[in-house]
Design a protein around this ligand. Structure first.
Ligand code: GRF
Length: 198
């Protein structure tokens, strides 16, 4: 009798889904960490709500299944999420990583994946919640900022913190250099957080 085992079963790799809306540099860092066995996992699914997200290319380039679920095609937030759930639930996922996914999620959705869904935020939470965290820290004259990986709960940019990494904002930084510094530590922090969980 033929036994049809996927490679993930043979190697006991954990399965990760990554949800994106834009550039996908954190997605790329996660894919690379899987490919070089830094984490014992595979990215089994990428979902983008934005059909033009550059990050979709990282899925295509690495033959990773992906789904484009454009929120504009759904009558409300919940209908949109139900389509995402359909895609996620087809995979036997161990972890869902939000990586620049720019949609607010309902409590129905976040509760369904409680303890299995994490997010990256570009500030030292609870400081500078919201969509403009890097700009807000810069404009506030903060002397340090950083990034946070946290579990997702219904309240935005809250939930138990898994890892934080800080960087100094020095007098030579402008917004562009600060964004660049934060992205660099984000990639390290996301991998560390995944390692810690899986
Ligand atoms: C990151 O700065 C992340 O903290 C925020 O959105 C950005 C996504 O960047 N939530 P990328 O798409 O992973 O390059």
């Amino acid at each position: 009798m033929a036994i049809n085992q996927s490679s993930s079963n043979q190697t006991n790799k954990k399965k990760i889904a990554v949800l994106i809306s834009g550039t996908g540099s954190n997605l790329k860092a996660i894919i690379d960490a899987c490919l070089n066995n830094e984490i014992n996992a595979e990215v089994a699914l990428v979902i983008s709500n934005n059909p033009d997200a550059f990050g979709i290319n990282h899925a295509k380039d690495n033959n990773i299944p992906y789904a484009i679920i454009n929120h504009k095609n759904f009558k409300d937030r919940r209908e949109f999420e139900i389509e995402i759930e359909k895609q996620l639930d087809q995979k036997d996922l161990d972890l869902i990583c939000l990586a620049g996914f720019m949609r607010i999620l309902t409590a129905d959705f976040t509760k369904k994946y409680h303890g299995r869904m994490i997010n990256i935020h570009p500030s030292l939470l609870p400081k500078f919640k919201g969509a403009n965290a890097i700009e807000d820290a810069f404009n506030a004259g903060a002397v340090e900022t950083g990034c946070t990986i946290h579990y997702v709960i219904p309240e935005i940019d809250s939930g138990d913190i898994i890892i934080q990494k800080a960087i100094a904002i020095d007098k030579y930084d402008d917004l562009a250099s600060l964004k660049n510094k934060i992205h660099q530590i984000e990639h390290l922090a996301y991998i560390e957080a995944i390692k810690k969980i899986l």
